[in-house]
Design a protein around this ligand. Sequence first.
Ligand code: ACO
Length: 429
Amino acid sequence: MVEQNEYAKIIIKGNEYEFPLIVGSEDEISIDFRKFRSTTNNIITYDPGYGNTGSCISNITFIDGEKGILRYRGYPIEQLAENSTFEEVCYLLIYGELPSKSEFQKFKSTLNYHDLIHEDMKKFFEGFPPNAHPMAVLSTMISSLSTYYPYNGDDQLDLQIIRLLAKVNTLAAFAYKKSIGQPYIYPRNDLSYIGDFLHMMFAVPSEPYHVNPVVERVLDKLLILHADHEQNCSASTVRMVGSSQGGIYSAIAAGVSALWGPLHGGANQAVIEMLKMIQKDNNDVDKYVKKAKDKNSSFRLMGFGHRVYKNFDPRATILKKAAEEVLNELGIQDPLLDIAQKLENVALSDEYFIDRKLYPNVDFYSGIIYRALGIPENMFTVMFSIGRLPGWIAQWKESRMDPDFKIHRPRQIYNGPNIRNYIPVSDRI
Ligand code: ACO
């Protein structure tokens, strides 16, 4: 961050105020409003949805929505997706640099060491109804980690982080096993992070399970693409909850809940549901494009549009190619891929979508890949959570280490009734 000797001038009711500009390392300019309210005698800014508000200064992820750029700690997403692994990206996001060989070895073996969950935690899974959504189960189980591994202050930060990364895989796979009535499969330390997850999801005690390297590699890529996305709804939730200085587990559990909604991570499940609906309706893509444009309908094309990307989502570009490749390699023909491609073509040539800069986002093709890997629909957003976990941890940690750390407490413009006197219920009509 560079603070320039340049100022923004604001005139309010005839009074002129000056506020310094802050320029980020990619030349993004912002106005420093930290002293705005105190300088202007209690005037505040109004920005519902925070589309114009920088809530922090961050070194983690850079996005240029106009140019379709996404970088973690300076590394382009395309290079990481092609050459790195999810475990390495976890390290990069959380500790700020790519690990040396020995650091990486140590990181991986520590993750392995902590991947078992307390045996008593299995009893929780027994208590959930069989059709419980795995996102609800995941959020609850992450929250319950604070009862088994209490937060003992920031000196235990690294241990808490490792525990989270290591155990969330196990918790997610156990949630799935519970939902289909199969026995839990314990983690295996000879497998990679992703390989172990696949084994816990798909192995059964009665036969050997071999991790398919094609499946392992594409899942690795998917999780890398989901690993962070700066101040999105769930990351901001993690920062917000963390700002009261509660433990990391409660903040991450809140992040999982925020991600679940269909306007955020829940969109990957919603995309597949939409594609199936179109398939059932004689593959009538045009009908659904028309419906999405109809102002009297609340229907939206799921997997289209993004608050930040206004030209293309670089993750969607990588995933479109990956979806075609993985279906080819696994010899799967999915009619939903054809519908998705047709929908994309129709929408991208339609004025409504062009004018509003609505393009496929990361969720548009991820569901097709998850289906090909045999991951059930209600686990899609759980997969997103596993991918986003290092990002949430990095955001939480950065916020906690911030010298300007403050509890998050926005203001409001009150527009309700003015003062009025209470009338006892016996005197009311
Ligand atoms: N289908 C049809 N119209 C849309 C869509 C869509 N998917 N998305 C936006 N629009 C229209 C809106 O109706 C609005 O039209 P108007 O200007 O005529 O009123 C205009 O485009 C702008 O939309 P906003 O909702 O204001 O855009 P915002 O930036 O607030 O929302 C969002 C972004 C939530 C992602 C939105 O595009 C959407 O609902 N998409 C579908 C859900 C989805 O795919 N979510 C996943 C996002 S990626 C992620 O979280 C990982």
